[in-house]
Design a protein around this ligand. Structure first.
Ligand code: ADP
Length: 191
């Protein structure tokens, strides 16, 4: 079992890379951002609640996010491992994830962070906003708010897993293919 956290600021390429890695290493890709967007798209009560936060570039409250994640894990008990993308984003989420995995006799194998400078992130997200119409990718102000929330609430998750020697960082700049190879190299080194 390999359970990975793909870590990094918004727009660092986690989603793109997680999809590839999931296929290559036969892992289940779990993106909380995608799960929330699915709920929003279907206008479910959970989606209506999440929308209020997402539109402003704020994090959705932990209890909502953790509950959704727990349901998702229970839907797929028989996988070879997980790749978490956009989760955990706070220390309480990391603690809840560790507990959930421990209850199944599992643990996080490694957290891999993609290192990308702020100016590049803003450029990529505003471009993605033009192409996809994603509401939270439209204004520089919302994007800057997401980056500042990342620094305050999410970066501590890197330190949390670093305490047990599980965190590492790779260069997230370059061609998609090139970054995919860097990531695969890290994962192969874990096995
Ligand atoms: P990005 O990484 O580009 O910011 P995501 O698709 O991962 O985008 O997430 C979009 C939005 O969904 C976040 O800004 C936040 O509002 C919400 N969200 C996603 N994952 C979480 C999480 N683990 N905890 C709280 N909110 C989340």
């Amino acid at each position: 079992m390999i359970n990975l956290i793909l870590f990094g600021p918004p727009g660092s390429g986690k989603g793109t890379q997680a999809k590839r890695l999931a296929e290559r290493f036969n892992l289940l890709h779990i993106s909380t951002g995608d799960l929330f967007r699915y709920e929003l798209g279907n206008n479910t009560p959970l989606g209506q609640e999440a929308r209020k936060y997402m539109e402003r570039g704020e994090l959705v409250p932990d209890e909502i996010t953790i509950g959704m994640l727990r349901n998702k894990l229970e839907e797929h008990p028989e996988v070879a491992g997980y790749i978490f993308d956009g989760f955990p984003r706070t220390i309480p989420q990391a603690e809840a994830l560790d507990k959930l995995l421990a209850s199944k006799g599992q643990e996080i194998t490694a957290l891999i962070a993609l290192d990308v400078p702020d100016e590049e992130i803003i450029r990529r997200i505003l471009l993605r906003g033009k192409e996809s119409g994603r509401a939270d990718d439209q204004s520089e102000e919302i994007v800057r708010n997401r980056i500042s929330n990342y620094r305050e609430q999410t970066v501590p998750v890197y330190e949390y897993y670093a305490a047990s020697g599980k965190s590492r960082t790779i260069n997230g700049m370059g061609e998609i293919e090139e970054i995919a190879e860097r990531l695969a190299g890290e994962i192969e080194a874990l096995a």
